[in-house]
Design a protein around this ligand. Structure first.
Ligand SMILES: Cc1ncc(COP(=O)(O)O)c(C=O)c1O
Length: 370
């Protein structure tokens, strides 16, 4: 049957979009079947949460977690008590990335600069573009160091926001405490909010949270995805001054964190014993991999602050990748990142998997001759 054509065919006009969106290119993220492979390329928790613990979580869910509009109030109270701040100083969002996106929307002023390290978390430049902000990149040198003066100079009267991942991803580096304190003081002179993205805390050695008591411009973001390994649940939070948190709340959807996610966050806090024990296990695993790599002539760049190791295999990257592939372990190829030339990134894992990785690397990379 012939479909009657409309009398006025739709004109083929390009869609009207916010011009700030032009130039944003995103690659579609598709979860691929894991098969038997150990995925250490995404900085997720592998193996996933223990089956017994997961069953315990499911058994706690109630029909209202499905049917009722969720509330984060009890979670906010809990996180506030844990951080030693008032509930007005905590905001819970859909992953720390959700909180970060809101922070860019709130503190980004079109036409002004956002100071950030280069390279850093890939979403910062995307949010800059979306909000008409100019990234002021402060690059790492080949030794993965940041020039403190350049960082301080990136904050001036044309700056509206600082986005600092600490530890940084993908470099795994941590800014010296004193540098961070100087940056916060300088930003405070201009009323500029310094967002300290602490997605990897408490794997990292210090937090900027104590600065909040003195500096209302410090905004710390945290994630349930790394230490608690609940990346699929999408929960994160911010801690800051009541004033900064109030601004975040004004820009937030009515119910942006789903009921299951809220329940999962409570569960993580209740069973922190498990996650703390796993952090210690993961560190033992990381040491096994790092020791083996060093013994086989690869340079371990990791500062022990995040949940991954950047390892410089140089011209033996392909051999190491192939050996890991044969061992059914996926890692991330970092060779495209200038200051991580010749590097592979391996997420932290258990000592058992670490030994498998070490054996594969040992076979692929003979030790340097004495
Ligand atoms: C530095 C940094 N910030 C934020 C995030 C986002 O984490 P979340 O899962 O909490 O959104 C990541 C994720 O890998 C990250 O590496």
């Amino acid at each position: 049957m012939e479909i009657p054509s409309t009398q006025h065919p739709a004109p083929n006009m390009p869609l009207l979009v916010n011009p700030a969106m032009r130039g944003i290119v995103r690659t579609a993220w598709k979860q691929v079947a894991r098969g038997g492979a150990v995925r250490l390329d995404m900085n997720e928790m592998d193996p996933p949460v223990d089956a017994g613990l997961f069953a315990e979580f499911l058994a706690r869910l109630v029909p209202h977690d499905f049917s009722a509009y969720p509330s984060t109030a009890a979670l906010v109270d809990r996180l506030a008590a844990r951080e030693g701040v008032a509930p007005e100083q905590v905001h819970v969002g859909p992953g720390s990335d959700g909180v970060i996106a809101t922070a860019f929307a709130v503190f980004g002023i079109p036409g002004l600069k956002v100071a950030q390290l280069e390279p850093s978390f890939g979403m910062y430049p995307v949010y800059c573009r979306m909000h008409g902000l100019t990234p002021a990149f402060v690059p790492f040198d080949a030794g993965l160091r940041i020039d403190e003066d350049a960082l301080l100079r990136a904050v001036d009267e044309r700056t509206c926001f600082v986005a600092l991942a600490n530890p940084n991803s993908p470099t795994g580096t941590m800014l010296p405490r004193e540098t961070l304190a100087r940056l916060v003081r300088r930003a405070a002179e201009f009323g500029v909010v310094v967002m300290v993205d602490e997605a990897y805390y408490p794997y990292s050695s210090y937090t900027a949270a104590p600065l909040i008591a003195e500096y209302p411009n410090v905004l710390v973001t945290r994630s349930f995805s790394k230490y608690f390994g609940a990346a699929g649940m999408r929960v994160g939070y911010a801690i800051s001054s009541p004033e900064a948190i109030d601004w975040l709340k004004r820009a937030t959807d009515s119910f942006e964190v789903c009921g299951l996610s809220v329940a999962a966050a409570h569960f993580c806090l209740d069973r922190e014993d498990f996650f703390r024990a796993r952090m210690l296990e993961n560190r033992r695993g990381a040491k096994i991999i790092a020791d083996c790599c060093r013994a086989h002539g690869a340079k371990v760049l990791d500062a022990g602050e995040a949940v991954f190791l950047n390892i410089r295999f140089g011209d033996r990257c392909d051999a190491a990748l192939a050996a890991l592939e044969r061992a059914d372990v996926r890692v991330k190829d970092m060779r495209g990142v200038p200051c991580l030339a010749g590097c592979l990134r391996i997420s932290y894992t258990t000592p058992e998997v670490a030994r498998r990785i070490a054996a594969a690397i040992a076979a692929a990379c003979p030790p340097p001759s004495p």
